[in-house]
Design a protein around this ligand. Structure first.
Ligand SMILES: [Zn+2]
Length: 321
Protein backbone atom coordinates (compact mmCIF):
# COMPACT_ATOMS: atom_id res chain seq x y z
CA UNK A 1 0.00 0.00 0.00
CA UNK A 2 1.39 3.31 -1.01
CA UNK A 3 1.89 5.65 1.92
CA UNK A 4 1.64 8.80 -0.17
CA UNK A 5 -1.75 10.34 0.42
CA UNK A 6 -3.34 12.56 -2.19
CA UNK A 7 -6.61 12.84 -4.04
CA UNK A 8 -5.51 10.63 -6.93
CA UNK A 9 -3.88 7.96 -4.76
CA UNK A 10 -6.77 7.51 -2.32
CA UNK A 11 -9.16 6.98 -5.25
CA UNK A 12 -7.01 4.04 -6.38
CA UNK A 13 -6.87 2.35 -3.00
CA UNK A 14 -8.72 -0.92 -2.67
CA UNK A 15 -11.19 -1.37 0.14
CA UNK A 16 -8.64 -3.45 2.08
CA UNK A 17 -6.00 -0.74 1.72
CA UNK A 18 -8.46 1.87 2.97
CA UNK A 19 -9.36 -0.26 5.97
CA UNK A 20 -5.71 -0.83 6.75
CA UNK A 21 -5.08 2.93 6.64
CA UNK A 22 -8.15 3.71 8.73
CA UNK A 23 -7.09 1.19 11.36
CA UNK A 24 -3.62 2.67 11.55
CA UNK A 25 -5.04 6.16 12.04
CA UNK A 26 -7.80 5.18 14.43
CA UNK A 27 -5.89 2.69 16.57
CA UNK A 28 -2.16 3.53 16.41
CA UNK A 29 -1.53 0.86 19.08
CA UNK A 30 -3.77 -1.91 17.78
CA UNK A 31 -7.55 -2.43 17.60
CA UNK A 32 -9.73 -1.60 20.61
CA UNK A 33 -13.33 -2.63 21.14
CA UNK A 34 -15.62 0.35 20.47
CA UNK A 35 -17.92 -0.73 23.28
CA UNK A 36 -15.61 -1.60 26.19
CA UNK A 37 -12.21 -0.43 24.88
CA UNK A 38 -10.55 -3.85 25.41
CA UNK A 39 -7.59 -4.47 23.13
CA UNK A 40 -6.10 -7.66 21.58
CA UNK A 41 -9.35 -8.95 20.02
CA UNK A 42 -9.76 -12.32 18.26
CA UNK A 43 -9.52 -12.07 14.51
CA UNK A 44 -12.27 -13.90 12.66
CA UNK A 45 -11.53 -14.63 9.04
CA UNK A 46 -14.59 -15.08 6.92
CA UNK A 47 -14.40 -18.11 4.66
CA UNK A 48 -17.34 -17.38 2.38
CA UNK A 49 -17.54 -14.06 0.59
CA UNK A 50 -19.98 -11.75 2.35
CA UNK A 51 -22.09 -9.02 0.84
CA UNK A 52 -19.92 -6.23 2.19
CA UNK A 53 -16.73 -8.11 1.15
CA UNK A 54 -15.02 -7.58 4.52
CA UNK A 55 -12.57 -10.45 4.83
CA UNK A 56 -11.99 -10.38 8.55
CA UNK A 57 -13.65 -8.90 11.61
CA UNK A 58 -12.54 -8.47 15.21
CA UNK A 59 -14.23 -10.09 18.15
CA UNK A 60 -13.81 -8.60 21.60
CA UNK A 61 -12.38 -10.96 24.25
CA UNK A 62 -14.35 -9.20 26.95
CA UNK A 63 -17.83 -8.43 25.60
CA UNK A 64 -17.86 -10.80 22.59
CA UNK A 65 -18.93 -8.06 20.26
CA UNK A 66 -17.81 -8.30 16.65
CA UNK A 67 -16.53 -5.12 15.09
CA UNK A 68 -14.54 -3.61 12.24
CA UNK A 69 -12.59 -0.40 11.97
CA UNK A 70 -15.62 1.53 10.69
CA UNK A 71 -17.88 0.77 13.67
CA UNK A 72 -18.56 3.93 15.66
CA UNK A 73 -17.07 6.20 12.99
CA UNK A 74 -18.59 8.47 10.37
CA UNK A 75 -18.20 5.58 7.88
CA UNK A 76 -20.43 3.18 9.78
CA UNK A 77 -23.23 1.51 7.78
CA UNK A 78 -22.30 3.38 4.62
CA UNK A 79 -22.53 1.61 1.26
CA UNK A 80 -20.16 4.05 -0.40
CA UNK A 81 -16.68 2.54 -0.92
CA UNK A 82 -14.14 3.86 1.57
CA UNK A 83 -11.93 5.12 -1.25
CA UNK A 84 -14.71 7.55 -2.26
CA UNK A 85 -15.13 8.59 1.33
CA UNK A 86 -11.42 9.28 1.56
CA UNK A 87 -11.49 11.27 -1.68
CA UNK A 88 -14.43 13.35 -0.38
CA UNK A 89 -12.55 14.04 2.85
CA UNK A 90 -9.52 15.02 0.83
CA UNK A 91 -11.57 17.46 -1.27
CA UNK A 92 -13.16 19.02 1.81
CA UNK A 93 -9.84 19.39 3.59
CA UNK A 94 -8.17 20.94 0.56
CA UNK A 95 -10.79 23.42 -0.70
CA UNK A 96 -10.26 26.69 1.10
CA UNK A 97 -13.78 28.00 0.60
CA UNK A 98 -15.46 24.61 0.85
CA UNK A 99 -16.84 22.29 -1.78
CA UNK A 100 -20.51 21.71 -2.49
CA UNK A 101 -22.24 18.34 -2.26
CA UNK A 102 -23.13 18.82 -5.94
CA UNK A 103 -19.52 18.95 -6.94
CA UNK A 104 -18.65 15.89 -4.83
CA UNK A 105 -21.59 14.08 -6.43
CA UNK A 106 -20.24 14.85 -9.91
CA UNK A 107 -16.58 14.29 -9.18
CA UNK A 108 -16.94 11.00 -7.32
CA UNK A 109 -19.86 9.64 -9.33
CA UNK A 110 -22.18 9.05 -6.38
CA UNK A 111 -25.76 10.28 -5.95
CA UNK A 112 -26.35 13.82 -4.71
CA UNK A 113 -28.13 12.44 -1.66
CA UNK A 114 -25.15 10.27 -0.72
CA UNK A 115 -22.79 13.19 -1.27
CA UNK A 116 -24.92 15.40 0.96
CA UNK A 117 -24.92 12.84 3.79
CA UNK A 118 -21.19 12.29 3.44
CA UNK A 119 -20.47 16.01 3.64
CA UNK A 120 -22.48 16.35 6.82
CA UNK A 121 -20.80 13.38 8.44
CA UNK A 122 -17.39 14.74 7.49
CA UNK A 123 -18.32 18.14 8.97
CA UNK A 124 -19.24 16.34 12.15
CA UNK A 125 -15.76 14.77 12.28
CA UNK A 126 -14.27 18.24 11.78
CA UNK A 127 -15.69 19.41 15.11
CA UNK A 128 -12.99 19.71 17.75
CA UNK A 129 -14.44 17.19 20.15
CA UNK A 130 -11.55 16.84 22.53
CA UNK A 131 -10.85 19.37 25.21
CA UNK A 132 -8.90 22.11 23.51
CA UNK A 133 -6.57 24.64 25.04
CA UNK A 134 -8.05 28.11 25.60
CA UNK A 135 -7.10 31.00 23.32
CA UNK A 136 -4.48 33.41 24.71
CA UNK A 137 -2.77 36.69 23.83
CA UNK A 138 -4.42 39.43 21.83
CA UNK A 139 -7.88 38.27 20.91
CA UNK A 140 -10.39 39.87 18.56
CA UNK A 141 -14.09 39.26 19.07
CA UNK A 142 -16.91 40.18 16.72
CA UNK A 143 -20.31 39.04 15.60
CA UNK A 144 -21.68 38.65 12.09
CA UNK A 145 -25.08 38.11 10.53
CA UNK A 146 -25.67 35.40 7.96
CA UNK A 147 -28.49 34.79 5.49
CA UNK A 148 -31.98 36.13 5.96
CA UNK A 149 -34.50 37.58 3.60
CA UNK A 150 -33.88 41.25 4.32
CA UNK A 151 -30.56 41.05 2.55
CA UNK A 152 -30.51 42.80 -0.81
CA UNK A 153 -33.04 45.20 -2.26
CA UNK A 154 -36.15 44.00 -0.39
CA UNK A 155 -35.75 46.31 2.53
CA UNK A 156 -37.57 46.38 5.79
CA UNK A 157 -39.67 49.38 4.74
CA UNK A 158 -40.79 47.67 1.53
CA UNK A 159 -41.73 44.60 3.46
CA UNK A 160 -43.83 46.63 5.88
CA UNK A 161 -45.52 48.35 2.92
CA UNK A 162 -46.27 44.94 1.45
CA UNK A 163 -47.91 43.95 4.68
CA UNK A 164 -50.07 47.10 4.71
CA UNK A 165 -51.17 46.33 1.15
CA UNK A 166 -52.04 42.80 2.14
CA UNK A 167 -54.31 44.26 4.80
CA UNK A 168 -52.07 43.16 7.67
CA UNK A 169 -50.93 45.27 10.54
CA UNK A 170 -47.20 45.77 9.94
CA UNK A 171 -45.10 44.26 12.65
CA UNK A 172 -41.99 46.05 13.82
CA UNK A 173 -38.94 44.05 12.86
CA UNK A 174 -35.33 44.61 13.60
CA UNK A 175 -33.50 44.73 10.25
CA UNK A 176 -31.40 41.75 11.30
CA UNK A 177 -34.27 39.79 12.74
CA UNK A 178 -34.32 36.99 10.21
CA UNK A 179 -30.58 36.65 9.98
CA UNK A 180 -28.55 34.11 11.90
CA UNK A 181 -26.05 35.46 14.40
CA UNK A 182 -22.55 34.04 14.58
CA UNK A 183 -20.16 35.05 17.33
CA UNK A 184 -16.44 34.63 16.74
CA UNK A 185 -13.16 35.02 18.60
CA UNK A 186 -9.77 34.99 16.94
CA UNK A 187 -6.35 34.70 18.51
CA UNK A 188 -4.15 37.06 16.50
CA UNK A 189 -2.03 34.97 14.13
CA UNK A 190 -3.61 31.82 15.56
CA UNK A 191 -6.85 29.97 15.97
CA UNK A 192 -10.44 31.00 15.50
CA UNK A 193 -13.57 29.78 17.26
CA UNK A 194 -17.11 30.55 16.12
CA UNK A 195 -20.54 29.81 17.47
CA UNK A 196 -24.06 30.11 16.10
CA UNK A 197 -25.97 32.04 18.77
CA UNK A 198 -29.54 33.15 19.20
CA UNK A 199 -28.87 36.73 20.08
CA UNK A 200 -25.83 38.88 20.73
CA UNK A 201 -25.86 40.28 24.26
CA UNK A 202 -23.50 40.62 27.19
CA UNK A 203 -24.54 37.33 28.84
CA UNK A 204 -23.85 35.31 25.66
CA UNK A 205 -20.56 37.10 25.05
CA UNK A 206 -19.47 36.54 28.65
CA UNK A 207 -20.25 32.84 28.54
CA UNK A 208 -18.39 32.23 25.27
CA UNK A 209 -15.38 34.30 26.35
CA UNK A 210 -15.22 32.48 29.70
CA UNK A 211 -15.34 29.07 28.06
CA UNK A 212 -12.78 29.76 25.34
CA UNK A 213 -10.26 32.32 26.58
CA UNK A 214 -7.50 32.18 29.16
CA UNK A 215 -8.69 35.27 31.04
CA UNK A 216 -5.38 35.65 32.91
CA UNK A 217 -3.18 35.87 29.83
CA UNK A 218 -5.42 37.64 27.33
CA UNK A 219 -6.52 41.02 26.13
CA UNK A 220 -9.65 41.56 24.09
CA UNK A 221 -10.34 43.90 21.20
CA UNK A 222 -13.86 44.50 19.91
CA UNK A 223 -15.98 47.13 18.20
CA UNK A 224 -18.30 49.35 20.23
CA UNK A 225 -21.28 46.94 20.40
CA UNK A 226 -23.05 47.38 23.72
CA UNK A 227 -22.84 43.64 24.40
CA UNK A 228 -19.14 44.08 25.22
CA UNK A 229 -19.61 46.81 27.85
CA UNK A 230 -19.20 44.56 30.90
CA UNK A 231 -16.04 42.86 29.67
CA UNK A 232 -13.58 45.32 31.24
CA UNK A 233 -14.54 43.95 34.66
CA UNK A 234 -12.97 40.58 33.98
CA UNK A 235 -10.63 41.02 30.99
CA UNK A 236 -8.44 43.88 29.67
CA UNK A 237 -10.52 45.33 26.87
CA UNK A 238 -9.83 47.82 24.05
CA UNK A 239 -12.57 49.18 21.83
CA UNK A 240 -12.25 50.43 18.26
CA UNK A 241 -15.14 52.71 17.36
CA UNK A 242 -15.78 52.07 13.69
CA UNK A 243 -17.47 55.47 13.25
CA UNK A 244 -14.13 57.08 14.09
CA UNK A 245 -11.49 54.76 12.64
CA UNK A 246 -10.93 51.13 11.70
CA UNK A 247 -7.36 50.92 12.99
CA UNK A 248 -5.76 52.68 15.96
CA UNK A 249 -2.24 51.37 16.56
CA UNK A 250 -2.67 47.64 17.15
CA UNK A 251 -6.32 48.10 18.10
CA UNK A 252 -8.43 46.72 15.27
CA UNK A 253 -10.62 43.72 14.50
CA UNK A 254 -9.38 43.05 10.98
CA UNK A 255 -8.31 39.48 11.68
CA UNK A 256 -11.79 38.32 12.58
CA UNK A 257 -13.31 40.46 9.81
CA UNK A 258 -11.08 38.74 7.26
CA UNK A 259 -12.30 35.45 8.63
CA UNK A 260 -15.93 36.56 8.22
CA UNK A 261 -15.33 37.44 4.59
CA UNK A 262 -13.74 34.03 3.95
CA UNK A 263 -16.68 32.33 5.66
CA UNK A 264 -19.26 34.35 3.74
CA UNK A 265 -17.57 33.87 0.38
CA UNK A 266 -17.80 30.17 1.09
CA UNK A 267 -21.33 30.13 2.45
CA UNK A 268 -22.80 32.34 -0.29
CA UNK A 269 -20.50 31.44 -3.17
CA UNK A 270 -20.19 27.69 -2.78
CA UNK A 271 -23.18 26.64 -0.72
CA UNK A 272 -25.60 29.45 -1.82
CA UNK A 273 -28.07 28.70 0.90
CA UNK A 274 -27.37 27.17 4.28
CA UNK A 275 -30.22 26.02 6.45
CA UNK A 276 -30.04 27.56 9.93
CA UNK A 277 -30.15 24.15 11.59
CA UNK A 278 -26.98 23.08 9.77
CA UNK A 279 -25.12 26.37 10.16
CA UNK A 280 -23.02 25.16 13.09
CA UNK A 281 -21.87 22.21 10.95
CA UNK A 282 -20.63 24.59 8.28
CA UNK A 283 -18.94 26.68 10.95
CA UNK A 284 -17.07 23.53 12.07
CA UNK A 285 -15.85 22.96 8.55
CA UNK A 286 -14.48 26.48 8.02
CA UNK A 287 -12.95 26.55 11.48
CA UNK A 288 -11.28 23.17 10.94
CA UNK A 289 -9.55 24.34 7.76
CA UNK A 290 -8.67 27.80 9.07
CA UNK A 291 -7.12 26.48 12.29
CA UNK A 292 -4.98 24.10 10.25
CA UNK A 293 -4.15 26.54 7.49
CA UNK A 294 -0.40 26.34 8.13
CA UNK A 295 -0.16 22.61 7.40
CA UNK A 296 -0.41 20.88 4.01
CA UNK A 297 -3.57 19.40 2.49
CA UNK A 298 -2.16 15.92 3.16
CA UNK A 299 -1.52 16.68 6.82
CA UNK A 300 -5.01 18.14 7.16
CA UNK A 301 -6.42 14.93 5.69
CA UNK A 302 -4.41 12.79 8.09
CA UNK A 303 -5.48 14.90 11.06
CA UNK A 304 -9.13 14.35 10.14
CA UNK A 305 -8.66 10.62 9.65
CA UNK A 306 -7.53 10.32 13.24
CA UNK A 307 -10.76 11.89 14.53
CA UNK A 308 -13.45 10.07 12.55
CA UNK A 309 -15.00 8.50 15.63
CA UNK A 310 -18.48 9.56 16.62
CA UNK A 311 -21.41 9.76 14.28
CA UNK A 312 -24.03 12.39 13.76
CA UNK A 313 -26.66 11.80 16.42
CA UNK A 314 -29.53 11.99 13.97
CA UNK A 315 -28.20 9.05 11.99
CA UNK A 316 -27.72 6.83 15.00
CA UNK A 317 -29.49 3.74 16.01
CA UNK A 318 -27.07 3.30 18.85
CA UNK A 319 -23.68 4.77 19.48
CA UNK A 320 -21.10 2.71 21.32
CA UNK A 321 -19.71 4.70 24.22
ZN1 LIG B 1 -15.70 -5.21 24.11
Amino acid sequence: MSTKVNFQSVLKWSDDECREYLEKMRWPDGPHCPRCNTNHPYIITRKAETKNKIKSVYKCRNCNRQYTSTVGTIFEDSHIPLSKWFAAIFLMCASKKGISAHQIHRQLDITYKSAWFMCHRIREAMRDKNAFSPLTGTIEADETYIGGKTRGHWTLKERMNDEVQMGLRPKFRHPRMDKEVVFGILERGGRVRTKHIKEMNSATAKQILNENIDLEKSRLITDAHKGYKQIKHYLPHDVIKHEEAYVRGDIHTQGIENYWSLLKRGLYGVFHHVDAKYLSNYLNEFEYRFNRRKISDEERFEALMSQTQGRLHWFCKSVPA
